[in-house]
Design a protein around this ligand. Structure first.
Ligand code: MG
Length: 347
């Protein structure tokens, strides 16, 4: 297979702030795998907190280039991905891009969209959850009102103004709210805030209220919380679901954290077998990686796949939304993602 890649620096329409960081530019990588006259596309959205940057991603791609060059057919992509896992530990966002490109390539060679390759019903996609990042209370309320077309809002908390934020957003909109704390609370505060404040508003669940290592706190919260708890930062691969399954209600699975579609499918089915709710999440990505994840939404409860909407220089067109904010999957073969007219990716 021929293999090329390009850096892409994504500019955001607005800063994205959560309880522990604020970003306005993201440094991603787009890859292209070509075999048998077709090209599959993949995207790397590295995150330093998970040990990956644009530079480490490129180093990993260069390291894997020789192995990929020896492969002539992409059809046995499970074996190909196993080989890459044996050759290189970690680097999950990089592997996610290769996994994504292989699925895209095989779909294109077979002439079927990814959801069909996976046997999924495109009419059973979920609704997009729109994220409101941490800002002043007034700005967060303004953003929530401006997002009135979305049925579900993910409100980022973990600031000193959490009570005002949730109270004012709840009174200003009719959206169903999902709260994401990104590990910003301790267990005592979480129990009190959930049971005394959030429970009085249309809040469906709380995502990652506590830091990853606070297992004792998570167990306490599981017995005391009046609302379901979903884990995100605590969940990376399959093992992490098994480790936390007894004391959480759901998991947030991201292609970039787990290494791509193949591993996400294993995690979704495992979580289901354990009786957990499943969310698909994203990093700041273009419509390419978002569309790859959107193809899996018929299998999940929640789709937090919205951060491409924050990108001002997204070069791709992929999955879209209907008037109710439900994902509409492209019907073209593979991921069904196209470059926007007269756009490409430059390094
Ligand atoms: Mg989250």
């Amino acid at each position: 297979m021929e293999f090329t890649f390009n850096k892409i620096d994504l500019d955001l329409l607005d800063d994205l702030s959560i309880s522990y960081e604020s970003v306005n530019t993201l440094n991603n990588v787009i890859i292209q795998l070509t075999a048998m006259g077709q090209t599959g596309l993949g995207e790397i959205s590295p995150h330093a907190a998970y040990g990956e940057t644009q530079d480490t991603a490129i180093a990993a791609l260069l390291y894997l280039k020789e192995t990929l060059a020896t492969i002539t057919s992409p059809f046995q992509f499970i074996d190909i991905l196993d080989t890459l896992d044996e050759k290189l530990e970690g680097h999950y966002a990089t592997k996610a891009a290769i996994d994504m490109a292989l699925h895209d390539l095989v779909g294109k060679l077979l002439g079927v969209p990814l959801y069909q390759l996976l046997g999924l019903n495109p009419n059973k996609t979920t609704h997009l959850t729109h994220t409101i990042g941490i800002d002043t209370v007034d700005r967060m309320v303004e953003k929530a009102i401006a997002a009135s077309q979305y049925k579900y809002l993910k409100v980022k908390l973990g600031s000193p103004y959490d009570k005002d934020i949730i109270t004012e957003i709840a009174s200003a909109t009719s959206a169903i709210l999902r709260v994401d704390v990104n590990g910003g609370w301790n267990a005592r505060y979480a129990i009190r805030f959930i049971n005394e404040v959030l429970v009085h508003h249309p809040v469906e669940f709380v995502e990652q209220p506590l830091a990853c290592g606070d297992i004792r706190g998570m167990k306490l919260l599981h017995t005391e919380s009046a609302l379901p708890v979903v884990l995100d930062e605590s969940i990376s691969g399959l093992d992490s679901i098994l480790c936390h399954a007894d004391f959480v209600d759901g998991v947030n699975i991201k292609l970039m954290k787990c290494g791509g579609i193949r591993n996400a499918l294993k995690m979704i089915h495992t979580a289901r077998a354990l009786g957990l709710k499943v969310m698909l999440g994203c990093r700041v990505e273009t419509s390419l990686a978002i569309t790859a994840a959107a193809h899996l939404t018929p299998l999940v409860d929640f789709a937090d796949l919205d951060l491409h909407l924050l990108v001002s220089n997204d070069p791709f067109i992929g999955a879209t939304l209907d008037d109710n904010g439900q994902f509409v999957l492209p019907t073209a073969p593979g991921l069904g993602v196209q470059f926007k007219p007269s756009q490409g990716v430059s390094s």
